[in-house]
Design a protein around this ligand. Structure first.
Ligand code: HEC
Length: 108
């Protein structure tokens, strides 16, 4: 009986680990498919679009000093020439993207 419980707990941990592992590349994949054409694959906006539209580098303090809510609003509702992603991405996906932008901010 005890053994059974131990196995179910182990199974749950394994499933959670798989879920986390699958989550990790998702934001990256989303970024690559929906954002990279303007913001560049690494978020530094060194693309033709990025230069033409004068997009700020996601590594910059100007972007990183903004709150998660500010960044989420920019993605959800759009900002200047930035298209709104409300209806195209779920709130959860946008949260993941904000998390991804923070990771970009930590890389130099
Ligand atoms: C058509 C090109 C384009 C695409 C696609 C695009 N963006 Fe943008 N994005 C912009 C532009 C232009 C700005 C600058 C807006 C401004 O400050 O006027 C911007 C600004 C932002 C900002 C605010 C940063 C700042 O400078 O304050 C965030 C956050 C952002 N984009 C995230 C994303 C994410 C995440 C995606 C993909 C889901 C995405 N963008 C897709 C063009 C784009």
């Amino acid at each position: 009986m005890k053994n059974r419980i131990a196995w179910s707990v182990l199974l749950m941990i394994a499933l959670a680990a798989v879920a986390v592992a699958q989550n990790a590349p998702t934001a990256k994949d989303l970024f690559a498919s929906k954002c990279a054409m303007c913001h560049g694959p690494d978020g530094s906006a060194q693309t033709t679009m990025g230069k033409n539209l004068k997009i700020r580098d996601f590594h910059s303090a100007d972007v990183q000093k903004q709150s998660d809510t500010d960044l989420k609003t920019a993605i959800t509702k759009g900002k200047g020439k930035m298209p709104a992603f409300a209806g195209k991405l779920t709130g959860e996906q946008i949260d993941q993207l904000v998390g991804y932008l923070r990771e970009i901010g930590k890389q130099k």
